[in-house]
Each structure stands twice: as C-alpha cells, then as structure tokens.
Design a protein around this ligand. Sequence first.
Ligand SMILES: Cc1cc2nc3c(=O)[nH]c(=O)nc-3n(C[C@H](O)[C@H](O)[C@H](O)COP(=O)(O)O)c2cc1C
Length: 137
Amino acid sequence: MASVIYYSMTGNTKKMASAVAEELGVKALSVKETGLPEDGTLFIGSGCYGDKPGEDMAKFIAANDFTGRKVALFGTSGAGAGKEVSAMAEALKNKGASILGSYHSKGRAFLVVNIGHPDRDEMEGARQFAREMTRIG
Ligand SMILES: Cc1cc2nc3c(=O)[nH]c(=O)nc-3n(C[C@H](O)[C@H](O)[C@H](O)COP(=O)(O)O)c2cc1C
C-alpha cells in the first residue's frame, strides 16, 4: 500500500497531500506524526521555504534509509519552480531512494501572492499524478 507523507507550514501542500491520498484511498500523514512506513510506494510532499523543503521534512529524509524505496514527490511554492521537489529528490537519492516522478504547483504565499493556488486545475493535476505514479509504481 502507498503512503502519503507531507510537510506544510501554511496548508497548501497539506491540501495537495489530501487530494493525492484520497486518490490512493489512504490518509495523508504529517511528517511530524509519522515514521517511515515499512513498505509500499512513498508519496512525499513539502512546501518550499528558502528554496528548500521544510526542516522537519529534511530531517525525516536525513534520519531514514530509503534503500530500495520508490518515491513520488510533490510540492507547492510561491514561484511554482519546484525547487523543494528537486532538493528532496537529491536528498532522497543520496539515501538510496529511486524517484518515480514528481509534481509541483504554485501555492498561495505571504497571504496576497498566488491567491487561490493550488487551484482547481493544479489539484486535478495532483490527482492525475497520483494515479499515474500508482500505475508505474
Ligand atoms: C518562510 C517562507 C519562505 C518561503 N520561501 C519561498 C522560496 O524560497 N521560494 C518560493 O518559491 N516560495 C517560497 N515561499 C512560499 C511557499 O513556498 C508557498 O506559499 C507554499 O505553497 C507553502 O506551502 P505550505 O502552505 O504547504 O506551507 C515561502 C513561504 C514562507 C512562509
């Protein structure tokens, strides 16, 4: 079974994680409240803070062995550039993971930037991503 683990400071990535989890028929887990599930594909997501994933997510990746694990990554950011996803991919590969794919979108930032993001299309994109990753994972 797949697991969805996320870090979200202001709720955007949590919203995306919930949609991904719903698509997979599981519950999204905050990285603050879970350890590494023993098996199954991992969907890992974070917001972007100073071009990096949240500190709790960085710590989670650093603290675990991902050898042989398949990981699908997602994230939200103000710029929508996916730097949080690239940084997680790099860190996870160094910990032995193989990256199945990734998805990222804009997220509302600093109250007034990107209002409404992730929007309907971006959320549908996340759901589609979840289905596609399940197919190849
Ligand atoms: C402290 C802080 C730092 C941020 N740094 C960046 C950044 O470096 N690049 C970027 O594109 N967005 C940045 N943002 C915007 C967030 O990445 C964006 O709002 C994202 O959707 C937050 O995800 P969350 O709601 O799941 O926490 C920052 C936001 C905060 C609060």
